[in-house]
Write a protein that binds this ligand. Structure first.
Ligand code: PSU
Ligand code: MN
Length: 304
């Protein structure tokens, strides 16, 4: 085992016994939602995964240690500290060497989950190719990591702050399967449909697990994007959210927001412009993703 990794005893035991484990990220907690909803949601996600019969593993970096599984106090610390470093792949060595704290993004969480032997991870939305990337070259490290770590990432698709069409193109280039559950359309986070056809469709957790198993049995390393459309009752249709997304993009451009600050800036602005409606949708969809991820994790271990 990697000497920088701390796996909580319950998770280590579950992994050793071949039981279902689901990883959870911490950027979503530290930078994706305000306190206290972020803390309540982080705890709810763990409870949902447990109720479904799997073991939750929330991942973060604390005092330079790659933590797989956080105590309630540690989880609260992540939720209450807005100055937690947003930790993508490039940040890991700096945080480890400097004994710093970091909230891991999809890319950071995938890498640490893979180091621990966890194959399924639930999040909200993935990073992707930003609008205007032809000029800015702003493409999330999440995408490259999808091609490297053997982890299935259950998400509600990608937000329309991104160029969803180019994000799907990039995933195709990287050889990453994108499977949407129960729909032919790739979802756009707040909305069930993005207008972009999903490359693949599956209609059950068992079907998704079979695709994951086949991918890894073929020696095709890397992950999969499992897109889970937000429940209809919680969605905000594209036409409604697009105005706010557009306003947030203009504001980011005017203020010269760059680099890793772009995604959190856009998320905050959209939330403020929708007056909390987007926060309610965000909470609903991550809960939905946690449930599906637990079912996939169980289906994966049943047949291994
Ligand atoms: N998209 C969302 N919500 C999020 C994120 C993305 O709808 O919370 C977070 C995730 O942690 C993701 C990160 O990995 O932002 C991507 O950031 P960047 O675009 O800087 O790579
Ligand atoms: Mn970026």
């Amino acid at each position: 085992m990697n000497p920088h990794l701390d796996i909580a005893p319950e998770i280590a035991a579950a992994l050793a016994a071949g039981k279902a484990v689901v990883a959870l990220e911490s950027t979503l907690i530290a930078h994706g939602m305000p306190f206290p909803q972020n803390f309540e949601t982080a705890r709810a996600l763990e409870a949902i995964i447990r109720q479904a019969g799997a073991v939750p593993a929330t991942i973060a970096i604390l005092h330079g240690r790659l933590k797989v599984g956080l105590s309630e106090q540690e989880l609260r610390g992540v939720a209450e500290s807005p100055d937690m470093v947003k930790a993508s792949l490039r940040d890991l060595p700096v945080l480890v060497a400097g004994k710093g704290h970091g909230a891991t993004t999809v890319a950071g969480t995938m890498r640490i989950a893979a180091m621990a032997g966890i194959r399924v991870f639930a999040t909200g939305g993935i990073g992707g190719v930003h609008r205007g990337a032809a000029k800015s070259l702003d493409i999330s490290a999440d995408l490259e990591e999808m091609a490297r770590s053997d982890v299935a990432v259950v998400c509600a698709g990608a937000k329309s702050i991104l160029d969803i069409g180019l994000t799907l193109e990039y995933l195709e280039t990287l050889g990453v399967p994108v499977v949407t559950v129960g729909s032919d359309d790739f979802p756009a986070f707040y909305s069930r449909a993005s207008g972009h056809r999903s490359p693949f469709r599956a209609d059950s957790a068992a079907e998704v697990a079979a695709i994951c198993r086949a991918k890894w049995a073929l020696g095709l390393s890397g992950g999969l994007v499992v897109a889970n459309p937000i429940p209809a009752a919680d969605e905000i249709p594209c036409a409604e959210i697009d105005r706010q997304v557009h306003a947030a993009l203009v504001e980011a451009d005017t203020m010269g927001v760059k680099g890793k600050a772009v995604t959190p800036f856009l998320l905050k602005h959209v939330a403020a412009l929708t007056e909390g409606r987007s926060l309610a949708a965000n909470i609903a969809l991550v809960r939905h993703n946690a449930r599906l991820a637990a079912e996939i994790a169980k289906a994966l271990v049943e047949h291994s």
